[in-house]
Design a protein around this ligand. Sequence first.
Ligand SMILES: [Cu+2]
Length: 259
Amino acid sequence: MKMNKMMRLDVPTPWSMTLQDAATPNQEGMHELYDMMMFNLMVMLMLVSYMLFVMVKDFKNNKMAYKYMMHGQVLEMVWTMFPAVVLLYMSYPSFTLLYVLDEVLTPSMTMKVVGLQWYWKYEYSDFMLDTGETMEFESYMMPDDMLEEGQLRLLDTDTSMVVPVDTHMRFVVTSNDVMHCFTMPSLGFKVDATPGRLNQVSALMQREGVYYGQCSELCGVNHGFMPMKLECVSVNEFMDWLGEQVLCLCSLMVKAMYC
Ligand SMILES: [Cu+2]
C-alpha cells in the first residue's frame, strides 16, 4: 500500500482533468498524440472564436463579413483545403501509433486474462505446477466493509496480478460469459474480452508500481464492481512471489486430495 501514497497518478483522483501517468511506452505515445491533438484543437478554437468575435463586434466594417459577396472560389478552396490538410496532418501520427500499439514482438512472458461475471481470472500460462496444471487465480473486488486503511474503494482487489518490471509482457484477453473490457489507463490497455476470441496486447512496464483498471464494457449488474489491480515489481520479487504461489497452490491441492 505504500505505493499508493507516492505522488504518481496511477489511479483516478477527484476532479482530475488529465490522463493518468504513463508506465509503458505505449501509453507515452498516447499522451504525446493527445497533447498534439489538444494543441491543434486549441489553435483552431482560437482562430474560429477570433473570427466569430470580430464579425459579431463590428459587422458593417468587417472584411470577413462582406455580405454582398456571392462567389469566392479562392475562399472556398481555402476553407475546404485547410481543414483537409489539418486532418491529414493529424491522421498520420494517429495511424502510426495505432499500428505500433497493435504489434506484439517476441514477448518474454504471457499472461491470460479471462473476464467473468463479475470478476477476473488470471492465468500464468508460462508457469506450470507439478501437477501439470497452469498457475491461475481469481480476483474479486474488495467490498467496502473489508477495506483496510489506504485501500481504494471500488479499485482494490483481494488478489492482484504480479508482473516483473522491464519485461516484454503479452496479455491474452478473453471472456467466459459476456463481453468485458480489460482497461488499465496507466499501461495503455483497452482490450475487449470477448467470449470465443483471443485478443492480445503487449506492455513493457518501465517502472514499479501498483496499477488499477476497471471493466469498460457494460457486462451486467456488477459491471462497476470488477476492477483489476496489477503490481509491477522487480524481477527478484516476482520470482519470490512466484515461488510462494506455487507452494501455496500445491499445498491447497494436497489438502484437497487428502483432507
Ligand atoms: Cu463490465
